[in-house]
Design a protein around this ligand. Structure first.
Ligand code: PLP
Length: 407
């Protein structure tokens, strides 16, 4: 077991065998799913220690997904802010357009190892669905993606992409007809078809082992970043910033820096129209401890424990719960959290596009909003890294509509 670190926490000791990150996480599922989760946990434990599995994963991350991604010096954003040197980790350059492919590939390889023939997934905006459809096409799995009917209408292009790649997209008509209901439906399918089916969950959320496993599959982001910044600047950065929906891109980016206590780590949630009930998705701004979809964490809920409505201009951050590992490191004061509101996001989206020739995903733009503010306060000899979790091609239509531009 590795020694305790400067933070006093051994990051590898988390979660414990029951999936707990301190008081968060766990396995809050119906009995019918316990066997499946245990089978998955055991298979993953074996796979993660198997050099053959890791080599296979590295191979596909390189050949199919396009790793390593660049750590790019954003010269004009740096000039614009007049402070810290800003670098962007270019996860937007990955195949299918976002970091999600790291996890989809990892879990697809695991599903193949477990002898599963069928894969299911949930999707909100469609990015995780597209990544899952792509890996299922590549490895020849039957693929079913659950998606809220409202999301299907908003993201019609992603629905068509998934279908082109051979996935069956099933609309979910329950409740608000968005991500939460899609996850419920995927869990229902899994209970029924668990022998043949693996469920590729798309964020560092849900019941154990998902938060740990999804984090592990994204660790490559931070591992590459560390090598790249040391090669380029000869030292660690002063601050790192990532957006937080469920928390997978942020956890993958931060994990290999948790022990480097000189590096300030900041996660940025969706402030939506502002911090009033129903208008945002910033779980650390008014969320309370609760259980949602398998895991104990911070949740936006009313006094009866009913889940609140959430809002964000970016569908990928629009979820009422946050990954349990984030809740833990927030308590430990190792990771800081901030939020960015829709109007600031719209502005930074255009600034980054205009100054760098890079159109960022609206999700990633939340990290940019905070990063650009911070860079202005920092000294010129300081270094700030921003994880650009995805590209904004999927968002241009929506942005045009908000800006009143007719296409
Ligand atoms: C899905 C998505 C997110 C949010 O998910 P996390 O699990 O918090 O990373 C962020 N950025 C992009 C581009 C996404 O597609």
């Amino acid at each position: 077991m590795p020694a305790a670190t400067a933070t006093g926490i051994d990051r590898f000791s988390l979660p414990d065998a029951g999936g707990h990150f301190g008081r968060y996480g766990g396995v809050f599922v119906p009995e019918t799913l316990m066997t499946a989760l245990q089978e998955l946990g055991t298979a993953y434990d074996l796979a993660r220690q198997d050099p053959g599995f890791q080599a296979e994963l590295r191979h596909h991350l390189k050949e199919f997904a396009g790793r390593p991604t660049q750590l790019y010096f954003a010269e004009r954003l740096t000039e614009h802010c007049g402070g810290a040197r800003i670098y962007l980790k270019r996860e937007d350059l990955l195949h299918t357009g976002a970091h999600k492919i790291n996890n989809a590939l990892g879990q697809a390889l695991l599903a193949r190892r477990m002898g599963k023939k069928r894969v299911i997934a949930e999707t909100g905006a469609g990015q995780h669905g597209v990544a899952t459809a792509a890996v299922c096409a590549k490895f020849g799995f039957e693929c079913v993606v659950y998606m809220g009917a409202v999301d299907m209408e908003r993201q019609a292009l992603n629905v068509f992409r998934m279908r082109l790649m051979g996935a069956e997209v099933r609309g979910v008509e329950a409740g608000q007809k968005t991500l939460k209901e899609a996850i419920n439906e995927a869990m229902r399918d899994w209970v029924t078809n668990v022998r043949s089916t693996h469920y590729i969950l798309g964020s560092a959320l849900g019941a154990h082992p998902y938060p740990m496993m999804v984090r592990d599959f994204h660790r490559v982001i931070g591992q590459e970043t560390k090598e790249q910044i040391l090669a380029r600047e000869g030292r660690l950065p002063d601050e790192m910033v990532a957006c937080v929906g469920g928390g997978s891109n942020a956890m993958g980016f931060f994990f290999d820096f948790l022990e480097d206590t000189s590096v300030r780590l900041t996660g940025v949630e969706a402030g939506g129209r502002g911090i009033t009930r129903g208008d945002h998705a910033a779980r650390f701004e008014g969320g309370k401890l609760g259980v949602l979809q398998g895991c104990k964490t911070y949740i936006l809920q009313n006094s009866d424990g009913q889940i609140e409505l959430t809002h964000s201009v970016s569908a990928g951050l629009d979820y009422a719960a946050i990954g349990p590992e984030h809740a833990f490191y927030r308590d430990q004061k190792r990771i800081n959290y901030a939020y960015a509101c829709d109007d600031e996001v719209m502005e930074a989206f255009q600034t980054c596009s205009r100054l760098e020739g890079i159109i960022p995903a609206l999700e990633s733009t939340h990290a940019l909003v905070y990063g650009l503010k911070r860079a202005k306060e920092m000294r010129k000899d300081e270094i700030l890294l921003i994880n650009l979790s995805g590209r904004g091609d999927k968002d241009v239509q929506q942005v045009a509509k908000i800006l009143g531009v007719k296409l």
